[in-house]
Every structure is written in structure tokens, then in C-alpha cells.
Write a protein that binds this ligand. Structure first.
Ligand code: GLU
Length: 447
């Protein structure tokens, strides 16, 4: 009880010291709520103020990103890189380009990344960055000029042994290419390991594009296997239609499930025959169009403008769009409609009351920091290949990803058992992720 009060006091201090950063508060609260029993078992973590230190980023950089649009007009955006924790390895985490980005979003993502990266078992610290730049509707040239300007600031604080950014919402292969080109030009070095998610022709890894979606599906399959069940024959709903959603769709179909609904910020498509991956890829990745156009190619499918994807009855829900997209109300609806498992492909897509609804209904719940760890894990494999000047094949890399996701599941499941919450992978992920980082921080002394 005393320990729980102590953790509550730390949380209140975080809220006070980081005013207005509601997503960051939410992410911290979820982790801290799980740590009471850890402090009882490891009193030295309290003495060394590990929790207080872990909640304070090691370094935060905010910078101006000026660029010119196609009409010659000057545009100003804000760039961020929060280097949260380097206890386990170089800072690692993606860049998000989205108009909603502000410091609170980057800090929530960076904080989550510490524990996620720890769970992968690979030597990577936690970071996140990005900009309030909106890539929607921008030409390739505008995106390139923005990326070049962004990197003209960012290059000073990154490096293959220092900080290794990658993609996130709004940052994919195209953006990473432009960022890498500018880094190479500014430093006069072909330092492949400075960014991950690179193209295959210049140092990228097989399976990195597919990794988050594949990994999340592997995690869900592990949760179901724990209950002598599996994805085969299951109806799955996947929100979003970006990189994570597309490769979740592919892997679910490979494992015998059927994805019957997907979405974008405008609406939902329902295709009871199973969503077609080629169409979604062509629309979203190549032509950068809206999901409603799916119905032009598949007349039997339905488009619901402004619809809520969580109203579609399913066995398994895989939120893969963005934070807080599944509310308590949505969770209740899903449970009522018979949903038995949730795998979070996005970062923190379920609100805290939504998580409670799932846990108390006995729904298998794979929290993002465990379920979507396959993306960053494969980034770490990309770093490994770059360091060894190697390029592994698709099957070999996919097998490593699969094994990593099995390990992540095992870690969460064992920690949940050990600390008295069997089957609660939120507790399991937070505790297992935290302990490894805390041990490394203790070993490093007061830094
Ligand atoms: N943005 C991804 C994540 O949320 C991947 C980060 C990376 O590959 O560094 O984990």
C-alpha cells in the first residue's frame, strides 16, 4: 500500500512538471500503476529513484523546420526529438509527421518506446520524434524539401551509435529515403545504421515494411494459442489502412483468419469476403487515395462514411490507426458482439477505461508496447545487418521476427504470473519491460 502511494506521488509530480501533456500523463499512469509489486521486490529501485528518472527524458530537442511549398510560399513547422532513455542501447524510435504532433504526443510515444524496446530483448534505448507537418496532399517535392530541412537540424543529434530514427505515422519508405540522402550529404558518410526502414537497395532489411503488422498478428496468435485457440476461421477487424493495417491484413489471411473491415479517418469499408490486400496497397501506398475508393474495385463491399469500425461484429479486433481510437464505449460494444481478443497494432489505441472493459470481460488483450514491438525489433535487426554489412533473406528475417514475438509474449505472460496478475499482459508488459531497463540504470550509477 505504501508503495502504491509512493508511485501515485511520483505520478502527480509528473503531471505537475509536464503541464498539458495529457497523452504523456496517460502513458506514464498506465506503467506506474503496474509497478507497486516491483518496488516491493526490488527496494533498491526506490532508493535510486529509478521511476522518477525514467519519467524524465534524458534529452529533448525542439527545432524550427522552414521550407518552401510548390507555390514558393514559406512554411514553418516544428520538429521534435525526445531522447528518452539510453540504458539498453542507442536511442531508438520512429518519427511521426502529423498535424496533431506536439511535445505531449512525442513524449508519450518515446516513453512507451523505452519499455517496448526492452521487451524485444535487443540492445536499443527509447526515443521518438517528428513534426506537426501534414504530409496529406503534399507533392513529392514538398515532402522532399521538408525532409531535407528537418534533417538539416536533426543530423547533429543522431548517429548509428547515438540515436537511430525510423518511421511512424506519416513517415514511410519515401520519407526515410529523403532523410537518409540529406544525412549522407551533410555528414559525407554512408552511415547505413543511422536510420531504419530504409529501402532494400540501400541498406534496408527484408520484412521491416511488414514487421509491425506481421508481429502484431503473431502476438495475437500466441495469445489465442495460450487458450488452445487460433486465428484460423476468425473474423478480424483492423482499423486504419496504413503500413501496420496492411500487413496485419496480409498475415491474418496467411494464418487462416479473415479481415472483414478496415478504415481511414473518413470512414469504414466492410468486405465480408475478406479485404483485398492488393487493392488497399494500390490505393493507400501507391496512389495515396482514400479507402472509400475500395468499393470501385469491389462492388459487393460497403462503405460507411463517418462510420465507427468497432460497431462491426468480430472475433478479434486489431486497432492499427492511432492513439485513443478505442473508447470504453467501443470496448463494451466489441465485448457485447463477441470479441475474444484484441491486439494493439498502433501505440496506445485503447483508452484506459477501454482497457479495463476488455480485462474485466476476460478478453485477451495484447497492449501495443508488446503486440506492436515487431516493427522496432526488425529495425534492430536492420541495424545488426548494417553493422555486419549483411543482408539476410526474407524467410530468415521473418523467422527471427516470429521468434522475437513469441519471446515477447512469453515475457509478458511470465511476468504477469510472477507478479500476481495471470493473463494480464498489460501488467506483464509494463513490469517485464521496466525491470530490464531499471537493472541497467542501476548498474550505470547516477547518470
Ligand atoms: N514507430 C515504430 C514504433 O512505434 C517503429 C520504431 C522503429 O522502428 O524505430 O515502434
Amino acid at each position: 500500500m505504501v508503495m502504491v502511494e509512493r508511485v501515485e506521488a511520483i505520478y502527480q509530480d509528473v503531471v505537475k512538471r509536464n503541464p498539458g501533456e495529457v497523452e504523456f500523463h496517460q502513458a506514464v499512469k498506465e506503467v506506474l500503476e503496474c509497478l507497486g509489486p516491483v518496488l516491493v521486490k526490488y527496494p533498491d529501485f526506490t532508493e535510486a529513484k529509478i521511476i522518477e528518472r525514467i519519467c524524465e527524458p534524458e534529452r529533448q530537442t525542439i527545432f524550427r523546420v522552414p521550407w518552401q511549398d510548390d507555390r514558393g510560399e514559406v512554411q514553418i513547422n516544428r520538429g521534435f526529438r525526445v531522447q528518452f532513455n539510453s540504458a539498453l542501447g542507442p536511442y531508438k524510435g520512429g518519427l511521426r509527421f502529423h498535424p496533431s504532433v506536439y511535445l505531449g504526443i512525442i513524449k508519450f510515444l518515446g516513453f512507451e518506446q523505452i519499455f517496448k524496446n526492452s521487451l524485444t530483448g535487443l540492445p536499443i534505448g527509447g526515443a521518438k520524434g517528428g513534426s506537426d507537418f501534414d504530409p496529406k496532399g503534399k507533392s513529392d517535392n514538398e515532402v522532399m524539401r521538408f525532409c531535407q530541412s528537418f534533417m538539416t537540424e536533426l543530423w547533429r543529434i543522431i548517429g548509428e551509435h547515438t540515436d537511430v530514427p525510423a518511421g511512424d505515422i506519416g513517415v514511410g519508405g519515401r520519407e526515410i529515403g529523403y532523410l537518409f540522402g540529406q544525412y549522407k550529404r551533410l555528414t559525407n558518410k554512408f552511415e547505413a545504421g543511422v536510420l531504419t526502414g530504409k529501402g532494400l537497395v540501400y541498406g534496408g532489411s527484408q520484412v521491416r515494411t511488414e514487421a509491425t503488422g506481421y508481429g502484431c498478428t503473431y502476438f495475437v496468435e500466441e495469445m489465442l494459442k495460450g487458450k488452445k485457440n487460433g486465428l484460423k476461421g476468425k473474423k478480424v477487424v483492423v482499423s486504419g489502412s496504413g503500413n501496420v493495417a496492411i500487413y496485419t491484413l496480409e498475415k491474418v489471411h496467411q494464418l487462416g483468419g479473415k479481415v472483414i473491415a478496415m478504415s481511414d479517418s473518413n470512414g469504414v469499408i466492410v468486405d465480408e469476403r475478406g479485404c483485398n490486400i492488393e487493392t488497399i496497397q494500390q490505393l493507400k501506398e501507391v496512389e495515396r487515395r482514400r479507402i472509400k475508393d475500395y468499393c470501385d474495385y469491389h462492388r459487393h463491399a460497403k462503405y460507411i462514411h463517418g462510420g465507427n469500425i468497432w460497431d462491426v461484429p468480430c472475433d478479434v479486433a486489431m486497432p492499427s490507426a492511432t492513439q485513443n481510437e478505442v473508447t470504453g464505449k467501443d470496448a463494451k460494444k466489441l465485448v457485447k458482439n463477441g470479441c475474444i481478443a484484441v491486439g494493439e497494432g498502433a501505440n496506445m489505441p485503447t483508452t484506459p477505461d477501454g482497457v479495463q472493459v476488455f480485462l474485466s470481460a476476460g478478453v485477451l488483450f495484447g497492449p501495443g508496447k508488446a503486440a506492436n514491438a515487431g516493427g522496432v525489433a526488425t529495425s534492430a535487426l536492420e541495424m545488426q545487418q548494417n553493422a555486419g554489412r549483411e543482408a539476410w533473406g526474407f524467410e530468415e528475417t521473418d523467422a527471427k521476427l516470429h521468434q522475437i514475438m513469441k519471446n515477447v509474449y512469453q515475457l509478458c505472460s511470465e511476468a504477469a504470473d510472477e507478479f500476481g496478475s495471470p493473463g494480464n499482459f498489460v501488467v506483464g508488459a509494463n513490469i517485464a519491460g521496466f525491470i530490464k531497463v531499471a537493472r541497467a540504470m542501476s548498474a550505470h550509477g547516477l547518470v
